[in-house]
Design a protein around this ligand. Structure first.
Ligand code: LIP
Length: 290
């Protein structure tokens, strides 16, 4: 996994610098009028600030590590094949773009660095709450200066007391099917939360603000950083089913309730809401003809 002379701590510091500068750009630099363009559907939006943030992040990284691969949500034209011993940056410049457009909390900057196909450094900046989450593989997860460590035991936590986050796709047909799954799950859990940003959903699992999270058809940039933060905090993160590997499906939860939540979601065929032809993103690690 480790490349020659690549220090994950330095990758994390570079991600922290880039995320901090991008968070400043999209908040203090927020224009009075956003230019909103549509991507896969009329509700799958991108603004000039998503593009500007990604350009800024890339320039900060390239200035220090010009030879690294870069997989950004707004510039990705095809999946990238991780190169053994080399670094790939996986970036969502604004995760939760809809929240950003509506000026609702929950948008964030998500930056992960992988050596080969293993993510080793992660930063998620949440400017609405003045929180910056970060993690290094094997070195723990933090929110600002506070260590994130889920309690080893949660005797109070069962599926029917669990607060579960989820998200929905942009196609009306898939959302209708996802709504059916949520409606069936709702009476079996404490409640649902829909924050609108996968990276933060995973950080909420890491910090115990929710007990679990699941979603389908995300991109590698939605999950790469948040998944490392959640696992380093002691959560379990996996695909919902083998036929939909990460990031095409994801479940993250406290270990006490993970199996019960997964069994319920598999029983509801939560991964079945997406037809094979609708799967958009390559499996993790991002692979493909490079
Ligand atoms: C968002 C995800 C979220 C999902 C939204 C959207 P974006 O990413 O983070 O979990 O439910 O539909 O895909 O598009 O704001 O970067």
């Amino acid at each position: 996994m480790d490349g020659p002379d690549i220090d994950p701590a330095e990758l994390c510091e570079l991600a922290l610098d880039a995320a901090t500068r991008a968070a400043e750009l999209i908040t203090a630099g927020r224009p009075s009028a956003l230019r909103i363009d549509q991507k896969s559907t009329h509700t799958d939006s991108v603004t000039q600030m998503d593009l500007a943030a990604e350009a800024l992040i890339r320039s900060v990284i390239d200035a220090e590590r010009p030879g690294d691969q870069f997989l950004g949500e707004e510039s990705a034209t095809k999946p990238l094949r991780p190169r053994a011993g080399e670094v790939t940056w996986i970036v969502d410049p604004i995760d939760g773009t809809t929240n950003y457009i509506y000026d609702l909390p929950g948008y964030n900057i998500s930056i992960a660095a992988a050596i080969g196909d293993q993510v080793v450094a992660a930063v998620v900046a949440d400017p609405s709450h003045n929180r910056v989450y970060r993690a290094q593989l094997g070195a723990g997860a933090f929110c600002n200066d506070m260590r994130l460590e889920l309690p080893a035991s949660r005797p109070d936590l069962t599926l029917d007391t669990a607060l579960i986050a989820t998200g929905f796709g942009y196609s009306a047909e898939m959302r209708a099917r996802q709504g059916t799954v949520v409606a069936a799950l709702l009476p079996r859990i404490r409640d649902i939360r829909r924050f609108g940003a996968a990276a933060l959903d995973l950080c909420h699992v890491a910090s115990g603000r929710v007990d679990g999270y699941f979603e389908v058809n995300l991109g590698p940039w939605d999950l790469a950083a948040g998944a490392l933060i959640a696992t380093e905090a002691g959560a379990v993160v996996a695909a919902l089913t083998d036929h939909l590997p990460l990031p095409q499906s994801v479940i993250a939860a406290h270990p006490t309730v993970f199996d019960e939540l997964k069994a319920a979601l598999v029983g509801l065929d939560a991964a079945g809401v997406i037809a094979p032809e609708d799967v958009v993103h390559a499996p993790w690690p991002p692979i493909g003809d490079n």
